[in-house]
Ligand binder design. Structure first.
Ligand SMILES: C[S@@+](CC[C@H](N)C(=O)[O-])C[C@H]1O[C@@H](n2cnc3c(N)ncnc32)[C@H](O)[C@@H]1O
Length: 255
């Protein structure tokens, strides 16, 4: 089996469309994972993924790369907070927000904390999605280790988290703003009517065609005047092609 055949096998067997990913980077990652688990060929690897649930989960976790943190790139979140206050809340007291590819939930909960500070009386709706079920159930639990709390300052820690047995739990008033759902950015249809879409550190793994398609769909999903917040390495150079104008370095506004 070569990489092409392996990608097809993964699509059929696990429902993940690897042709959307940048091939060199992806295949390098698969090779290094195989070395790590002591497997030499793709044939052997596919058999192992099929028969061994632990290998299957390891492969999925590895492919879906779920590194995240609260207020990732804090200076950009400060900027986002200003944009929400100046551009969105004056027109709308309750915001509909999508955290797309949300991993273990640090991103949507960070958004919930911002909204609680800026507009505590709004009936905000944060929809948080990811392709990975395991990750989503962790996100729903709202439970974090000390290590995962590094983006949270002391004031927010005491206001928005409970601590028990070295674990940190998101307070229910933030948790209740967020609905988690499984969603594949490549295969599934997109909801509409969003004031803000946050999609960070996932499109970097996709090839150019897929990325363009995703930006087009985000634009269709936003209300006029709505904002798209992207990752710190993900500037969109042809933002005008999708009907955006630049609101700030990593934030685009739908015209
Ligand atoms: C690096 S994390 C980014 C988390 C968060 N947005 C952040 O910036 O901290 C990437 C996430 O994308 C998810 N993902 C990968 N492929 C996806 C797809 N096709 N559709 C939806 N989510 C996907 C992974 O499961 C992972 O949780």
């Amino acid at each position: 089996m070569d990489f092409n055949e392996f990608h097809k096998w993964v699509h059929k067997e696990l429902g993940i469309n690897l042709s959307a990913y940048k091939p060199e980077q992806l295949n390098r990652r698969i090779n290094s994972l195989m070395t790590r688990v002591g497997i030499k060929t793709l044939d052997e690897y596919s058999k192992s993924i099929k028969s061994n649930p632990e290998q299957r989960q390891k492969f999925l976790d590895f492919i879906t790369i779920n590194v995240t943190e609260f207020f990732r790139n804090p200076e950009l979140f400060t900027d986002l907070e200003k944009q929400i206050a100046n551009e969105l809340l004056p027109n709308n007291s309750s915001l509909k927000i999508w955290s797309a590819a949300c991993s273990i939930g640090c991103e949507p909960y960070s958004l919930g904390i911002i909204l609680d500070k800026l507009a505590p009386n709004g009936r905000h709706n944060i929809i948080a999605t990811d392709i990975d079920d395991t990750i989503l159930s962790r996100a729903r639990s709202g439970e974090y280790t000390e290590n995962e709390m590094k983006g949270i300052n002391n004031a927010d820690l005491s206001k928005y988290f409970k601590v028990r047995d070295d674990k940190y739990y998101v307070e229910s008033k933030i948790k209740n703003m967020v609905t988690f759902k499984k969603h594949d950015l490549i295969l599934d249809r997109y909801d509409t009517g969003f004031d803000l879409i946050v999609c960070r550190n996932v499109v970097i793994y996709f090839n150019n065609d897929v990325k363009q398609e995703i930006y087009k769909k985000f634009s269709n999903s936003l209300k006029r005047g709505g904002l798209l917040f992207v990752g710190a390495t993900e500037s969109i150079y042809n933002y005008r092609d999708y009907g955006f104008e630049k609101a700030s370095t990593f934030i685009y506004k739908k015209i």
